[in-house]
Write a protein that binds this ligand. Structure first.
Ligand code: PEP
Length: 258
């Protein structure tokens, strides 16, 4: 059985005081399990404080982005090695907000994915369609293009040390969630696409769902066969909500469904 992952993407939110309060609530309630891994991805400036507060706790830390370069004249960028040195285990690459605002294309995201793995980080590769893509029946084509760019550049074996997050862009921060059928279809498509290159890698690959996941819709989503946890935005900033989502993943795992 694949170990589920619930990762919180704090985006550009938080403060030293608010983070400490949130982390103290999370560490009090999340005790670690063989079935569910938990991670938080704070803004980079808070990483040292967050890593130090989570020392010895069963909650990993991730970056929200990394450079595709290793060092040099890249003002404002953060190398994957730097995230690793600070204690990160994961890094999100290709989040739709960066694809849109920073115009990151799939080739660029693929280079970030490779840079992350070269530094020893586990990339969480985000893929997902816009609403107009879905309405035009282009969901699979868009997801295939985003996935294939990384499969071609990094090779399928690299997905042994990676996580994919399917995040329909129209469901991010909007309160809209993909229906279980919509999510299940795309998750199955992603797994089949990877299986086309290597069935063993596809079988072990964790594919998270992201897009307005909350404690009340998490059980339904996490029970679907190809959904192995979630990438959580807004609800990861609220301790009770995030703990509820982690508990939902654990409950589903206990039933042997994830
Ligand atoms: C995200 O940004 O990765 C995300 C899933 O956000 P939200 O949960 O707020 O929709």
């Amino acid at each position: 059985m694949r170990k589920a992952l619930v990762a919180g993407n704090w985006k550009m939110n938080g403060s030293l005081a608010a983070n400490r309060e949130l982390l103290s609530a999370l560490s009090g309630a999340i005790h670690g399990s063989d079935a569910v891994a938990v991670a938080v991805c704070p803004p980079a400036v808070y990483l040292p404080d967050v890593v130090s507060q989570l020392q010895g706790k069963p909650i990993s830390v991730g970056g929200q982005d990394c450079s595709d370069e290793t060092a040099g004249a890249f003002t404002g960028e953060i190398a994957a090695d730097m995230l690793k040195e600070l204690g990160c285990e994961y890094v999100i690459v290709g989040h739709s907000e960066r694809r849109a605002r920073q115009q990151e294309d799939s080739a660029w995201v693929a280079r970030k994915f490779i840079a992350a793995q070269s530094a020893g980080l586990v990339p969480i590769l985000c893929v997902g369609e816009q609403l107009d893509d879905r309405e035009a029946g282009r969901t699979e084509a868009v997801v295939a293009e985003q996935l294939d760019a990384v499969l071609d550049a990094a090779g399928v074996a690299a997905f042994d040390r990676a996580v994919v997050a399917y995040e329909p862009v129209w469901a991010i921060g909007t309160g809209l969630t993909a229906s279980p059928e919509q999510a299940a279809e795309v998750h199955a498509f992603i797994r089949a696409r990877v299986a086309g290159r290597d069935p063993r890698v596809a079988d072990g690959l964790r594919i998270l769902y992201g897009g307005s996941v909350k404690a009340d819709n998490a059980p339904g989503l996490f029970s679907l066969p190809d959904i192995d946890g979630g990438l959580i935005g807004g609800a990861s900033l609220d301790a009770d909500s995030f703990i509820g989502i982690v508990n939902a993943a654990a409950a589903v795992q206990a039933q042997g469904n994830v």
